[in-house]
Ligand binder design. Structure first.
Ligand SMILES: Nc1ncnc2c1ncn2[C@@H]1O[C@H](COP(=O)(O)OP(=O)(O)OP(=O)(O)O)[C@@H](O)[C@H]1O
Ligand SMILES: [Mg+2]
Length: 391
C-alpha cells in the first residue's frame, strides 16, 4: 500500500534503527541549553519532547537534524554515529511550525520536490501517494497561498514523509493552528504515524498534545529530562514536583516522613497524618512534598468513616465546567487545593463557597516527590502545582 512498500527507484532506505542520544550537551558561550542528555527512542515510536519555553527542545531537535553540533556527546541512528555529519547526510526530515512551502510551485510539485531532486522517476506518483495519506489529493493542483493554515501544514507533512526519513522531527508543527484544527490534526498525525510506522519526534509545550499523541513522553526542564515514560505512567506517578505540575495539575503539600508501616510510608503533612505506598514515594525520608491529583480527591459534607486519608477544608470557590465541578478549598496549612468532581448526580451540587467540608482520597492515589521546585511563598503551605507555578 502506498509509498511505503513500493521499492521506489531504490531511493528509500528501510525505516530501521533506534535514535540514540548519548550524553549530549550543547553550550552557547557559557549557557548550557542541553545538559548531558541521554535518550533512546525505539524505531517506529511516537515520542514527545515536552517542556516549557527555553528548556532546550528545539536545540535537541536541531542536533538530531544536524543543524547544530553538540558541544559533547553523540547522536546515533540505527547504531550509526551521525555526530558531525551534515543535515542532508542524515535519514532525518524536519517539519517546523512555519511550513515554508515553495509559493510558486503547485502542492503536488511541492511534495514531489525531494524525490525529483534525487532523480526518482516516480516522484509524482510518490507525491500523490503522500498527498492521499494526508487527505490533500483534491487540492494537489493548487498553490500554497490558496490553502488554509491547516491544509498547508498537511502538505508540509506530506513533503517530509515522501522522503521516508527514518526519523521525522516535528517542532511545534501545530502551533499556528486554532484549537479545533489543532485537536483534529493531532488525531490525523497519530493516524499517519501509525500508518507509516516511522519514528516521530514531536516537540511541544502543550502537555495535552503530548499525552494524546505520544507513546512515550520525555518531560524536559532546564536542558535535562526530568522524567520519561508512557503518558498514563507520568500522569499517575510524577517523579518530581515539576512533572506533577507540568503534566496535569497536582495538589501538593510540604510534609515530613515520620515513619513506615509495612509497605506504607507515614508522613506529617502540615499537621495531618497521611500515608503513601512506599513504591509511590520518590524520596523515603526527610522533607518532601505529598501530592494527590484534583480528580482523585472527593469532597464530603460529613467526615467519611474510616478513610484515614482525609482533611477538613473550607470551600472558597465553586465553578461548574459542564462535565465536572471544580472546587477550590483552603486546607489546614492555610494553602489551597483543588478538587474536581464529575457531575454524576441529577441534583445540582449543593456545596457552596464558605462551606466546611471534608476531603478524602484513596492512599493508593497519593504520591511523594522531593521538595525542590517549591514556588515562592509556598513554604509550609499546601498549593496547587500547575504549569504556571514553580520555577
Ligand atoms: N544560537 C543560540 N545562541 C545562544 N543561545 C541559544 C541559541 N539557541 C538557543 N539558545 C538558548 O538555549 C535555550 C534553549 O532554546 P530552545 O530553542 O532549544 O528552547 P525551546 O525548548 O525550543 O523553547 P520554545 O518552546 O520557546 O521553542 C534558550 O534559553 C535559548 O535562548
Ligand atoms: Mg523551540
Amino acid at each position: 500500500m502506498g509509498i511505503f512498500t513500493r521499492s521506489a527507484g531504490g531511493g528509500f532506505r528501510e525505516a530501521k534503527g533506534d535514535l540514540v542520544l548519548e550524553s549530549v550537551t550543547k553550550r552557547f558561550a557559557d549557557f548550557t541549553a542541553v545538559d548531558d542528555l541521554d535518550l533512546h527512542v525505539p524505531r517506529g515510536s511516537f515520542f514527545a519532547l515536552l517542556g516549557p519555553s527555553g528548556c532546550g527542545k528545539t536545540t535537541t531537535l536541531r542536533m538530531v537534524a544536524g543543524l547544530e553540533q553538540p558541544t559533547s556527546g553523540r547522536v546515533l541512528i540505527g547504531g550509526t554515529d551521525l555526530t558531525g555529519s551534515r543535515p542532508y547526510e542524515r535519514p532525518v526530515n524536519t517539519v517546523f511550525q512555519s511550513y515554508a512551502l515553495f509559493p510558486h510551485l503547485s502542492i503536488r510539485d511541492n511534495v514531489a520536490f525531494g524525490p525529483k531532486r534525487r532523480g526518482q522517476s516516480d516522484a509524482v506518483n510518490l507525491a500523490d501517494d503522500a498527498l492521499e495519506l494526508v487527505q490533500m489529493s483534491h487540492l494537489a493542483g493548487r498553490r500554497p497561498a490558496q490553502l488554509s493554515g491547516g491544509q498547508q501544514q498537511r502538505v508540509a507533512l506530506a513533503r517530509a514523509i515522501v522522503n521516508r526519513p527514518e526519523v521525522l522531527l516535528l517542532d511545534e508543527p501545530l502551533g499556528a493552528l486554532d484549537l479545533k484544527l489543532r485537536r483534529q490534526m493531532q488525531v490525523e498525525l497519530k493516524r499517519i504515524q501509525t500508518e507509516v510506522g516511522l519514528t516521530f519526534i514531536h516537540v511541544t509545550h502543550d502537555q495535552e498534545e503530548a499525552m494524546t499523541m505520544a507513546d512515550t513522553v520525555a518531560v524536559m526542564n532546564g536542558g535535562h529530562i526530568e522524567q520519561m515514560g508512557a503518558p498514563e505512567a507520568l500522569y499517575d506517578l510524577p517523579g518530581t514536583a515539576f512533572v506533577a505540575g507540568f503534566v496535569g495539575q497536582s495538589n501538593l503539600v510540604p510534609a515530613t516522613i515520620t515513619g513506615n508501616d509495612g509497605d506504607r510510608l507515614v508522613a506529617d503533612a502540615a499537621g495531618t497524618t497521611v500515608g503513601v505506598p512506599r513504591a509511590r514515594a520518590a524520596q523515603g525520608e526527610g522533607s518532601v512534598l505529598f501530592g494527590v491529583r484534583p480528580e482523585k480527591v472527593r469532597i464530603h459534607r460529613d467526615r467519611p468513616g474510616g478513610a484515614g486519608n482525609d482533611v477538613r477544608a473550607t470551600v472558597t470557590d465553586v465553578s461548574f465546567t459542564g462535565v465536572a465541578t471544580q472546587y477550590l478549598v483552603t486546607v489546614p496549612s492555610g494553602g489551597q487545593w483543588s478538587v474536581y468532581e464529575q457531575n454524576l448526580d441529577v441534583e445540582p451540587q449543593s456545596i457552596r463557597p464558605g462551606d466546611e467540608v471534608w476531603l478524602s482520597w484513596d492512599p493508593a492515589h497519593a504520591f511523594v516527590v522531593a521538595s525542590e521546585g517549591l514556588p515562592e511563598g509556598a513554604e509550609g503551605k499546601a498549593f496547587i502545582a500547575t504549569a504556571g507555578t514553580g520555577t
